[in-house]
Design a protein around this ligand. Structure first.
Ligand SMILES: C[S@@+](CC[C@H](N)C(=O)[O-])C[C@H]1O[C@@H](n2cnc3c(N)ncnc32)[C@H](O)[C@@H]1O
Length: 268
């Protein structure tokens, strides 16, 4: 039963994220920040979890790292391979797989990175254990996540509030953006994490433009919208709520999406 529910959840995640590729243009600059924050350099063995279209993986490979990259969603991996070829980075090993069940032996990597990726796996304890397992002694885990108090975290909370009427299961991914939760989840097997914050900027001519872009490409919201297709009143109300949420973050034609970066070495 648990397995069935989890399998359903993972299938929903695959469907949900299959439309994400257009948003990767905005996560591309964040990838350079995360790669710098993680201190990735030539010759290191690096794993990118929840790679999507591979923006972090390709940035790391350009520096000479040996990169493996894993994601649940095959459509995004296809795009990743195309982008890697354009960037002249054909040595990345792409694998369709699950952050909760990493298909690598223990002690395989110097660095594991995840940019808005592992936070979507439903069982945080399982993901932490898997990342710990595949890291070498003194290996580093570095990731970017969306804090609950900023725009993306508030969008997740909004999506969660529609969970009863929608047909999907949610997992409160924004908890991975709370330093207190992160410390608790990593304690005893990782050193105390180091935190830094950044802002992802997305050009937006109006709050309606940003809402529409979210609707088209951001899976969790797209799925809620689809579930409300037969209820135009609720749909209109949700669009209003989204635009009210977005409005204060739209400054000078740019939507400000604050993120948290965390890094910690394993204790092995
Ligand atoms: C917001 S996108 C981020 C993609 C990419 N890292 C970036 O920054 O552009 C979230 C990604 O996490 C992936 N994902 C969600 N759950 C996952 C899981 N359990 N295991 C592996 N990947 C997962 C999705 O398929 C999607 O590609």
């Amino acid at each position: 039963m648990v397995t069935d529910t989890l399998e359903l959840f993972k299938q929903q995640q695959r469907d949900m994220w299959s439309s994400f590729a257009p948003s990767a243009i905005f996560t591309t600059p964040v990838a350079a920040n995360l790669v710098g924050f993680a201190g990735i350099s030539s010759g290191q063995r690096v794993l990118d979890v929840g790679t999507g279209t591979g923006v972090v993986a390709i940035t790391a490979a350009r520096l000479g790292a040996h990169v493996c990259a894993l994601d649940l969603t095959p459509e995004l991996l296809e795009q990743a391979k195309e982008d890697a070829a354009i960037a002249g980075q054909q040595n990345i090993e792409w694998i369709e797989g699950d952050a909760e069940n990493l298909p690598y032996p223990e002690n395989s990597f110097d660095i594991v990175v995840s940019q808005f990726g592992h936070m979507f796996a439903p069982r945080a304890d399982r993901v932490v254990q898997e990342i710990y397992r595949v890291l070498k002694p003194e290996g580093l885990f570095a990731f970017a996540s969306w804090p609950p108090e900023h725009l993306m975290g508030r969008v997740f909370a909004l999506v969660d509030s529609y969970a009863d009427s929608a047909t999907f299961i949610t997992s409160s991914p924004e908890l991975w953006g709370d330093p207190h939760v992160i410390i608790k989840r990593m304690e005893n097997i990782f050193e105390m994490p180091f935190f830094e914050r950044g802002v992802m900027l997305t050009p937006a001519l109006s709050k309606s433009h940003r809402r529409l872009a979210f609707e088209r490409s951001f899976g969790p919201l797209r799925q809620v919208m689809q579930s409300l297709a037969s209820d135009p009143e609720k749909l209109t109300r949700l669009r209003e709520v989204m635009e009210n949420l977005i409005e204060p973050y739209c400054i000078n034609n740019q939507c400000h999406q604050s993120y948290l970066m965390s890094r910690a070495r394993v204790l092995k």
